[in-house]
Design a protein around this ligand. Structure first.
Ligand code: ZN
Length: 342
């Protein structure tokens, strides 16, 4: 009777226990794997703003933490290689915005930090007394560019790939759409090497505006209208002097030719963005008028005089030519213009 009891109750009970343990072994690891997969998917999820927000919250307090790569789209592609013509696939806004916010937070911390008092050889007072009277520095120039690319999407892609190391505060499409990509108070990487007057770090004191254009075509009316609105806001907000609206080629005549010769500089000058010359009909240019000095006074880098003349001609005469000497009419225009700068 007792043996029967063991066979009927205890043995099935043991078998049941063994089965349960076996199942648990299978269920628990698979549940862990599932959770891992869900977490990885959340990080990869393009539309997962909550995942990005969580990362951003942690980023500010944990700078050394490795940045999770939310998206890896296009990371292997090279600039100039055949690109997708579907604009939606050009760039990854979520990843770019994550990086933008992270960097902006870091720069905000730099601004909020107390001034340095450990500069080499400087005898700082031991007591810090912060002034109560200050605000942010303001850009004092606007640099206008053409993108020399096929579409706004292509430019957004260029400006959201870290390895390109280029950007601008604004990109304006042929349809007049405006993309404000960098806060005006921050330093975009648009002007590069060049010289205007004695300024050699134009990125630090200017706002860059890129116009979607293949480098040769005319600019659309919608595009110019949007540009004028952006310029008006910038001029008012930062009190930018009228003479300080110039082209990339004016600042960097040796390297650049943008915006192209079709750009309506006269129209801009009529609206208060850039200087222009008056009627030259009765102008007699003085015998000793020096083109080199006149261009220098306006602001051009005259280390390569021929390149400065080409840039001046493109901007103020609306002519694209490689001729490095000025015609009598061009000399008149230069003379009239330079009198406005002195
Ligand atoms: Zn440019």
């Amino acid at each position: 009777m007792k043996e029967l009891h063991i066979k009927k109750i205890i043995i099935p009970l043991i078998i049941l226990l063994i089965s349960l343990v076996g199942c648990a072994r299978k269920i628990i690891p698979s549940r862990i794997e599932q959770l891992k997969a869900e977490r990885a998917q959340a990080l990869r999820q393009k539309d997962s703003s909550s995942a990005i927000a969580t990362v951003l919250r942690h980023a500010k307090h944990n700078r050394k933490k490795t940045i999770p790569k939310v998206i890896e789209t296009g990371s292997e592609e090279k600039i100039g290689s055949p690109v997708l013509r579907d604009n939606s696939k050009y760039y990854d806004a979520n990843y770019a915005n994550y990086i933008y916010t992270k960097l902006a937070n870091e720069y905000a911390d730099t601004i909020a930090a107390l001034p340095s008092t450990n500069d080499k050889g400087v005898d700082y007072s031991s007591d810090f007394v912060g002034s109560t009277n200050f605000n942010l520095r303001k850009p004092q120039f606007v640099i206008i560019h053409h993108t020399a690319q096929d579409s706004v999407g292509e430019t957004l892609r260029t400006f959201t790939l870290e390895r390109t190391q280029v950007s601008a505060q604004y990109v304006i499409g042929r349809d007049g759409s405006v993309h404000h990509m960098v806060n005006d108070y921050l330093r975009a990487w648009q002007a590069g090497q060049g010289k205007w007057g004695n300024i050699t770090d134009m990125n630090s004191c200017s706002v860059g505006i890129e116009l979607d254009n293949d480098g040769f075509e005319p600019f659309t009316d919608k595009q110019i209208n949007s540009l004028l609105l952006v310029l008006q806001n910038l001029k008012e907000r930062f009190n930018i002097p009228t003479a300080n609206f110039i082209g990339h080629a004016d600042y960097a005549p040796i390297r650049k030719d943008d915006p192209n010769v079709n750009f309506p500089w006269k129209l801009l000058a009529n609206k208060g963005f850039g200087l222009w010359w008056d009627d030259t009909t009765n102008v007699v240019v003085p015998q000793d008028f020096n083109e080199y000095l006149a261009l220098r006074i306006i602001g051009y880098d005259v280390r390569d005089l021929g390149k400065a003349i080409i840039a001046f001609r493109r901007h103020f005469c609306g002519i694209e030519s490689k001729d490095t000497s000025m015609s009598p009419e061009e000399r008149k225009i230069l003379y009239m213009l330079y009198t406005k700068y002195i």
